[in-house]
Design a protein around this ligand. Sequence first.
Ligand SMILES: [Zn+2]
Ligand SMILES: [Zn+2]
Length: 95
Amino acid sequence: MSSDRELIDKETKEHLFEYYEYKCARCGYDDFPQILQIHHVVPVSIGGNNAISNLIILCPNCHRLYHSGILDMVDIRLYQRSEKGFYLTTKWSDP
Ligand SMILES: [Zn+2]
Ligand SMILES: [Zn+2]
């Protein structure tokens, strides 16, 4: 789990945080945006990539819930913004 935030370039991070409006995608936490974390929906270890469509912003609590197995990948997907919405609001294109 410690590799989540590695290898994601600055531009992708900026797009991602803007996309999620500097809030936890699950609970909406935004008191201290600097502690928000980037999580891979599909883990890199099983083929997930660093595309925005595979990334989500979570607060440390929600991130922990996922990594302790309380939330699963399906739960997390429910909180992801639709790719369609994303493409409509930014010029980002998935590599
Ligand atoms: Zn949260
Ligand atoms: Zn994670």
